[in-house]
Write a protein that binds this ligand. Structure first.
Ligand code: FAD
Ligand code: N01
Length: 549
């Protein structure tokens, strides 16, 4: 019997790779167009990031009321968030609820990892091959593979012979990990580590943290979400969502005239007062105290010193406090961490910091971790060492476009895309939150919805106008890639060895992986492209008449 989602020849209209929040919403939108769609997902269920990252303390750092879909008012009115920043299980429940509510799972094939995607020029089809050897064909292929979905751990010799257990935060076991009475080594001090260390320390016998670079972290001041606050927010959801969509970050901030000024231009006492106010508000509010944290070194230094002084007050041992004070990069040029009790955790007797600056981790021994000449015995290692971000998941797939052009070859010197949505030489292939889009600098839900809506509109336009192929032109792609680089070079971001710049993966080209000018600016560019009949794309009819706009 024919599967409902397939045509008689087994060919689909669209294959979506990935069933995180991007793939889920993409499926929902395309179904509304009555297209035959299938989603292939490596994991066992929906949720993406929140399916894989189950480490203790995992939660969002954009507030729950904003870190959620806006496309369905009943959904946002009915769903009740319990905390200001939802923990991972709650976000996963939300993903599952959305899947149930819109009956998404019937078109998602789980436990299926896509290994290759090849464009067949003669048939104008994408042929998709899974690791299990299954093959699917579709006119369009949409990569919803995620920006932070390719976990990476350093290649340290000796891990195979380690007698204990080890885990990566981004591939956490579903039945949890028992830390009770165990000596735990955590490698890394980015967001995942900063969230997990305080929770692990509550039950572990001892936690040894291996820090290569101290990161800046601000308090979340997380807590239960007052139902009255939630209801008041919901009453104004339409207005708030609109403000998010027309903002540069996709996050709502209470912005007054003073917040639009340069930190360096404001008198010292006023500046201090504003920093304190925003620190008390918690989370990313702090980053937005003034307008120029990532563009003006002098202002950035003032922010950074404020945070260092806070750390000095929170950590009892002054030497330890200094080690925890970041000095290696401008604040906010690596993602600002948002924590609950991170610095205070170092006042516990069962937590030790190992500063790797002069003595890096060199190997894993059967009994623990070796850094410099010192061996640290541990029973369990947590790799909180991050991801091959933005391009990692895409390049794990052998993607071949026109004339067998390989995406891996095309991106050898760094990714080049048109708007982070499409690539020259890869017709009818779209990426949600692809490299060159602002996604990772925003509330990702806002970016995801904008990308999905834009792709949906594009497919509808093609259907209405009778086009069969959309392909970014080399010229449009080059111009966009140059623009992404130029905008980035005007900021302080290049000063950090961050994953934003690909610096965390040895050998990865050091380029801007995202568009730093913001969501509003970017959306305007996308809207203009669409309004001009998909300018920068060559649109072709099967009957072969091509139009380049
Ligand atoms: P993902 O959620 O990464 O989903 C991609 C899916 O594609 C995955 O399920 C993966 O298994 C699948 N996939 C990948 N490759 C293949 C393949 N070859 N074959 C089949 N399936 C494949 N963003 C925010 O805005 N705010 C936050 O507070 C926030 N917190 C975060 C916390 C953590 C711990 C992490 C890691 C990220 C966080 N992010 C946050 C970013 C987060 O990734 C996005 O918010 C969002 O969840 C991304 O959704 P997505 O569907 O685009 O990608
Ligand atoms: O990864 P990271 P992450 N030896 O790359 C260290 C999102 N997120 O999983 O800084 C020793 O930030 C590395 O050191 P250094 C968010 O966007 C959000 O924590 O390169 N150390 C660094 O300290 C975030 O930015 C939340 O010197 C090594 C750490 O590992 C992104 O995901 C929570 C090493 C990696 O930090 C990634 O965060 C979690 C080595 N060989 C994640 N190799 C929220 O709060 C690497 N490191 C919502």
């Amino acid at each position: 019997m024919l599967k409902k989602s397939e045509s008689a020849d087994g060919v689909l209209d669209v294959i979506i790779v990935g069933a995180g929040f991007s793939g889920m919403y993409m499926l929902h939108r395309l179904r509304q167009m009555d297209l035959r769609v299938k989603v292939l997902e490596a994991g066992g269920d929906v949720g993406g990031t929140w399916y894989w990252n189950r480490y203790p303390g995992a939660r969002c750092d954009v507030e729950s009321m904003s870190y959620s879909y806006s496309f369905d008012d009943d959904l946002q009115q009915e769903w009740e968030w319990k905390e200001r920043y939802a923990p991972q299980p709650e976000i996963l429940d939300y993903a599952s609820h959305v899947a149930d509510r819109f009956d998404l799972r019937r078109d998602i094939q789980f436990d299926t990892r896509v290994a290759g995607a090849t464009y067949d020029e003669a048939a104008n089809l994408w042929h998709i091959e899974t690791e299990g050897g299954e093959r699917y064909s579709a006119k369009y292929c949409i990569m919803a593979t995620g920006c932070l979905s390719a976990p990476r751990k350093p290649d340290l010799p000796g891990l195979d012979a380690f007698r204990g257990e080890w885990f990566h935060t981004g591939l956490w076991p579903h039945d949890g990990v028992d830390f009770e009475g165990r000596r735990v080594g955590v490698i890394g001090t980015g967001s995942s580590a900063i969230q997990s260390i305080p929770v692990i320390a509550e039950t572990a016998d001892h936690v040894t943290v291996f820090q290569r670079t101290a990161h800046y972290s601000v308090p979340a001041w997380n807590g239960p979400l007052d139902p009255e606050v939630q209801n008041a927010y919901k009453a104004k959801y339409a207005e708030y969502r609109q403000r998010m969509k027309t903002s540069e970050s996709g996050i709502l901030y209470d912005t007054h005239e003073i917040n639009l000024k340069s930190a360096a231009a404001v008198p010292q006492d006023l500046r201090q007062e504003q920093f304190e106010l925003r620190w008390k508000q918690g989370g990313f509010n702090f980053q937005n105290t003034f307008a120029d944290v990532t563009s003006n070194q002098e202002s950035n230094d003032l922010y950074a010193e404020f945070v260092r002084n806070k750390i000095r007050r929170m950590v009892d041992d002054p030497d330890l406090a200094e080690k925890l004070c970041p000095t290696d990069f401008p604040i906010a040029t690596k993602r600002l961490c948002v924590d609950t009790n991170y610095y205070a955790t170092y006042n516990r007797d069962n937590v030790t910091l190992v500063d790797l600056k002069t003595s890096p981790v060199t190997r894993i021994t059967p009994d623990g971790i070796q850094a410099g000449d010192t061996q640290y015995d541990v029973d369990l290692i947590v790799f909180a060492t991050g991801f091959d971000a933005v391009t990692g998941a895409l390049l794990k797939i052998d993607i071949r476009g026109r004339a067998e052009r390989s995406l891996r070859d095309e991106w050898e010197g760094g990714p080049r895309t048109y708007l982070g949505l499409a690539m020259a030489g890869f017709p009818n292939l779209f990426t949600i939150t692809g490299p060159g889009s602002p996604s990772i600098f925003t509330n990702m839900f806002v970016s995801i919805e904008q990308h999905v809506d834009w792709i949906t509109d594009c497919l509808r336009y093609m259907a209405t106008e009778g086009y069969d192929t959309a392909e970014a032109t080399e010229d449009a792609q080059d111009k966009w890639a140059r623009h992404v680089r130029e905008v980035g070079e005007k900021t302080l971001y290049p000063k950090a060895n961050s994953w934003y710049m690909g610096a965390n993966v040895p050998g990865k080209p050091r380029v801007f992986l995202a568009f730093v000018a913001g969501h509003k600016t970017y959306t305007q560019a996308c809207d203009e492209v669409a309004a001009n009949g998909y300018e920068g794309f060559t649109l072709t009819r099967a009957a072969a008449s091509a139009v380049t706009l």
